[in-house]
Write a protein that binds this ligand. Structure first.
Ligand code: SF4
Ligand code: SF4
Length: 446
């Protein structure tokens, strides 16, 4: 099989061997869950329950009208103890519903729905009703992504199976253990968006999964194949995947649908299958717990809202004397969190307990104009020039040279020999550019 890739990128140490062979463990007993109400990208939703209410696993507990919303469901059966702001993985306080788990487990799932007999509208309504958001990204509502406008016909559904972040192995295990669910989810999405072809984009460090996926594909009527991709960061970026697989380039400011593609993570596709076949909403999260301070790296399914601290020591052990930093997600893009008292969310893909060597910080040196960041940037930006623009607070210049096309992958920071905090500066700078554009738009309306 040919191995495809994109231009640029980097090769951070993979460190996946620590957890890749550990079968997924399911944790379903917790004392309490702290479920952030707004875990999706879009308009806020509001609680439908009050303190003292009894709720069942799978019951809808928050929702709102509006296309850019998804409902939220109880991840355990129990009693609503509090509804109050709590610290979340993004380091901000947000409204959370706190449920104390009862000894009994009762479920309230959706009715089973045949995804190949229902209408497209019914299928999209089911995906919304199940609370499905993009796993591993900003939490974009899946029912919106799977409903491109009629002038944007879709040819390809691409399953993002790259899992290019170091340490993370949860997608690899999901593919190994439940390949049929992923292929089923792909076939369902292909029917909804009208795509004739499905392609699983898999990094070649997971080549052993090809026969496993092909066996599942053989049992499906949909036209799906596997494409091996070079193991390179950020191969799992939507734009990089599309370019590597189809040769098409998503235009600046554009979306995958502009080049007739829909990209979906394997975890999202599995959730799609479960929403129809089991009527199960998104109430659990798959994640890898690893890092140099973690003594028992593993892959887990846990109830949404489980506090990271409740994993220890029963499920996972770590060496407190070695722990220097906690990261939610992968080491390249995941945010560092100040404590383990943060809830695991629908789109949490990892929890990294980093030791001193992994959490090392360096003093920033001057730019030596080596050009490494430009060669590594898969979005063809000039990170060194963006850095100059942001440092000078020249937002117009930063925007003009493509700041908003930056996917915040962190590759430029990783390769910079002067340890310049490029991506950190771009994250803040992009928010300032967006705020400025918003103000300008408001002024234009007045
Ligand atoms: S963080 Fe932005 S500028 Fe840096 S390599 Fe990634 S896309 Fe390019
Ligand atoms: S990699 Fe660092 S030192 Fe080299 S050009 Fe880019 S910002 Fe400057």
């Amino acid at each position: 099989m040919s191995i495809k890739t994109f231009k640029g990128g980097a090769h951070p140490p993979e460190r996946k061997e620590r957890s890749a062979s550990s079968a997924i463990e399911v944790l379903d007993r917790v004392t309490q869950v702290v479920i952030p109400v707004n875990q999706h990208f879009g308009a806020p939703i509001q609680p439908l329950v009050k303190v003292g209410d009894q709720v069942k696993r799978g019951q809808k507990i928050a929702d709102a009208a509006g296309r850019m919303t998804v409902p939220l469901h109880a991840s355990v059966t129990g009693t609503v103890k509090k509804i109050e702001p709590r610290m979340q993985a993004n380091n901000l306080d947000g409204l959370c519903i706190i449920i104390e788990q009862a000894p009994v487990d009762e479920t309230e799932f959706l009715p089973i729905l045949d995804p190949f007999a229902c209408t497209k509208e019914e299928a999209l309504a089911r995906i919304r009703e199940a609370g499905i958001i993009g796993v591993g990204g900003a939490g974009f509502p899946a029912h919106v992504k799977f409903a491109p406008p009629p002038n944007k016909p879709i040819e390809y559904v691409i399953a993002n199976a790259a899992e290019c972040e170091p340490f993370l192995t949860i997608d690899e295990r999901v593919m190994e253990e439940t390949p049929a669910d992923i292929i089923d989810g792909m076939a369902i999405v292909m029917r909804i968006v009208g795509a004739k072809k499905g392609i699983v984009g898999l990094e070649d460090n997971k080549e052993h999964l090809v026969p496993i996926l092909e066996k599942a594909i053989a049992a499906s009527v949909a036209d799906i194949s596997v494409q091996l991709l070079a193991t390179k960061y950020p191969q799992g970026g939507e734009k990089m995947l599309i370019t590597a697989i189809t040769g098409r380039e998503v235009p600046s400011g554009g979306l995958p649908m502009d080049v007739a593609c829909v990209v979906s993570n394997v975890g999202t596709l599995r959730a799609v299958s479960e929403a129809f076949r089991k009527g199960k909403p998104v109430i659990d999260t798959g994640l890898t717990v690893s890092g140099g301070a973690c003594e028992t790296p593993k892959n887990l399914f846990v109830p949404v809202g489980m506090l990271a601290q409740d994993l220890f020591p029963a499920a996972v052990r770590y060496d407190e004397s070695k722990l220097r930093r906690v990261v939610m997600g992968g080491p390249m893009m995941g945010p560092a969190v100040p404590s383990l008292q943060v809830p695991i969310q629908k789109n949490t893909s990892g929890l990294l307990l980093m030791d001193a060597s992994e959490a090392k910080t360096y003093a920033e040196g001057p730019c030596i104009r080596c050009g490494r960041c430009m060669r590594a940037c898969s979005c063809r930006l000039s990170p060194a020039l963006l850095n100059v623009a942001f440092k000078a607070s020249d937002l117009d210049q930063a925007e003009a040279i493509g700041a908003l096309d930056c996917i915040e992958c962190g590759t430029c920071s990783f390769v910079c020999p002067s340890h310049i905090q490029l991506v950190q500066r771009f994250r803040v700078g992009k928010q300032l550019v967006r705020a400025k554009k918003q103000k300008e738009a408001q002024r234009a309306v007045k």
